[in-house]
Each structure stands twice: as structure tokens, then as C-alpha cells.
Design a protein around this ligand. Structure first.
Ligand code: IMP
Ligand code: MG
Length: 179
């Protein structure tokens, strides 16, 4: 693997496609074991998680369902500023065992919003499965149940994650090169 350019920035290899696939299948093994007979509902957060969840879900062998949600951000008219709304939640999640699938937990605000919104629908349980987590950036008390990789506080692209919408197609993860 070598350096790549996405739009105007140079990125260097960070996590190989093989390393990702290995961890993804390991997480699936854990989930299969932890959630057997719970008929979990996987809720993948678009857009960033699309590649991760496609690979993860291939390895899920227990009875389960999958659905996709998105967080729409818009400027609220009130003084609270930006409001995030969960859209696409067209399943009745009451009493269900939910596994949220995310690409990355950075500050954690997105996940906090997701948890708050889902809790209003009274699921039986909520677990968090994330491809990446930046522990040094976390600003809210959130604990992910399944984390493929903890990474330093640096900007990454690939495997679903974008830089200005580009780079999602890369099969590996690349980190922004410091000059
Ligand atoms: P939060 O700060 O945990 O709320 O994360 C917000 C969103 O920022 C994530 O869902 C990603 O879409 C995006 N994000 C955070 N860090 C990165 C990164 O290193 N690369 C690409 N997207 C990122
Ligand atoms: Mg995301």
C-alpha cells in the first residue's frame, strides 16, 4: 500500500483491508455468541457504515434483521443550534434488541443523539458496534460494546469513511498525512 491523494490531501496507509476483514469477522463471532436467540435488529447508520455493515452482516449467522437509518442535521429555529433527527426508522423497535452499527465514534455526539432518539421508542436493549473509535476525542460518556479499532485523534478515510464525500470506496483505511 502506498500514499494516495483524495481531492487536495495526501493520505497514508493505516489499516489494511486484510486487517479490517479479520477484525470484522471477529466482531461477528462475538455478536453471534452474545445475541443468540435475541433476534437482534441491526441498525446501520448511513452513509459511513455501509461497507462495514455489509461485511459484518455476511458473518452474522444468528436469526436477525437489518435496517438503515440516517441522521439529518439541520439548523434548528430555536437557540439550540444544529438539530439532529434520525430518519428512516420505519421499524417498530419497541421491545427489540438493537445493535447500532456506526463507522466511527469521534466526539460521540452523533451516537449520543442516536441513543436518545432510539430510547424514546422503548427497545429492550441497545448495543453499539463501531468500526473505529477515537478515545482521545470522546466528549460524552458512551461505551461501545464492539469496537473494531481504536485509533489516534487523526482524520481517516476509506472503507466507507469520506473526505468531502470522496474516498468511501477504498477497501482499506488511510490517515491524513501531517506535513
Ligand atoms: P461524532 O463526532 O462522534 O459525532 O462523529 C460525527 C461524524 O463525523 C462521524 O459519524 C463521521 O461521519 C465523521 N467523522 C469523524 N471523524 C472522522 C474521520 O476521521 N474521517 C471521516 N469522518 C469522520
Ligand atoms: Mg457516521
Amino acid at each position: 500500500m502506498s500514499e494516495i491523494k483524495v481531492i487536495d490531501k495526501v493520505f497514508e496507509p493505516s489499516i489494511t483491508a486484510a486487517q479490517i476483514q479479520k477484525r470484522v469477522s471477529e466482531l461477528a463471532v462475538q455478536i453471534n455468541r452474545d445475541m443468540v436467540a435475541q433476534n437482534p435488529l441491526f441498525l446501520a447508520v448511513l452513509n459511513g457504515s455501509f461497507m462495514f455493515v455489509a461485511d459484518l452482516y455476511r458473518h452474522i449467522t444468528i436469526e436477525s434483521e437489518i435496517s438503515f437509518v440516517k441522521l439529518a442535521s439541520y439548523d434548528g429555529t430555536s437557540s439550540t443550534g444544529v438539530v439532529n433527527e434520525v430518519i428512516g426508522l420505519n421499524k417498530d423497535i419497541k421491545g427489540r434488541n438493537i445493535v447500532i452499527v456506526e463507522d466511527i465514534i469521534d466526539t460521540g455526539f452523533t451516537m449520543q443523539q442516536m441513543l436518545k432518539t432510539l430510547a424514546e421508542h422503548h427497545p429492550a436493549s441497545i448495543r453499539i458496534c463501531t468500526l473505529l473509535q477515537k478515545p482521545d476525542k470522546l466528549q460524552v460518556p458512551i461505551k461501545a460494546d464492539y469496537v473494531a479499532f481504536n485509533i489516534p485523534n487523526l482524520f481517516v478515510v476509506g472503507y466507507g469513511l469520506d473526505y468531502d464525500q470522496q474516498g468511501r470506496n477504498l477497501p482499506a483505511i488511510y490517515v491524513l498525512k501531517e506535513d
